[in-house]
Design a protein around this ligand. Sequence first.
Ligand SMILES: NCc1[nH]cc(CCC(=O)O)c1CC(=O)O
Length: 326
Amino acid sequence: MSEFSDRPLRVGGRASAMALAQTEHVSRLLARLEPGLRTETVATSTEADRWPGELSRLGGKGLFVKAIDEQLRRGEVDLAVHCLKDVPGDQPLPEGLTLAAVLPRADARDVLVVPAGSAVTSPGELPAGATLATSSVRRRAQLLAARPDLEIVPVRGAVGSRLEKLDGARAGLRADGLVLARAGLERLGLTGRIVHHFGVEGRADGIVPAVGAGVLALQCRADDVPVTRLLARLDDPRTRAEASAERALLRGLRGHCNSPIAGHCTTEPDGRRTLRGLVFSPDGGRFVRAAASRGPEADPAALGTEVCAELLRQGARELIDSVQPG
Ligand SMILES: NCc1[nH]cc(CCC(=O)O)c1CC(=O)O
């Protein structure tokens, strides 16, 4: 007999197709964990979803999670599903909430998608002066660092509408390609559109992912013991350790949502973790980079702090402060 059998568990998330796929995924995992458990999706379109302009002018990426966290605090939902990448790293979790689980990380790579009918199969085939669409300052800086000839143009909106704009089915974008997270396309069943995966290792032709890329975070009220215990069973310790290293790096850098910061931690089969961090100028012309590896017994947050200290020593503060928060 499940202690959740008397009422459905309300799963909160955003209303975009990607977010709905995420809440459905979590609901399926929970049903598998606790036969008899019923869930109900509560989808909310946030202020940031409705805003067509620059996110930084509204208050930043944190708005994607804020409205849902408030529902959780008010008791209108029992858990919240967030992309960890969208959870601000420069402020603590809202009072009374806990990060009860991080799910196993999906493929964290950024990918290139080209318009329907384009013959391009890799970035190297893009002609000089080609236009790529992304609103991520991190992607923009890394693309320009490798190819200063590229023109990078902003694009916002749900992943599906970005693809429609790219294909010309919707007005508002003329670009030779779009750079996105593979994880988002996976959740939408759209990986068939991918023509190239960017490497995460910090080579010149790659794109080091964002802190928390590909990770789904499950939050609940800290005093809700049954839900905290239930969600804890979905926690992936390896991903949690990687996320902890990455987020310690981001916290130490005090980056705001408009900072071109990349941070990615990987784990070897023997448990050894490597954290790589980079901070860029907006045009990618200047950057600092650092990496460190530690054995499985080392505190992942300390790894983040160490890579952060090295980046600051190399001048990361000046790069971060040269960019306006919005
Ligand atoms: N910035 C929005 C966002 N937040 C998380 C993902 C994708 C999934 C993930 O990386 O967890 C995306 C879309 C994208 O960046 O293309």
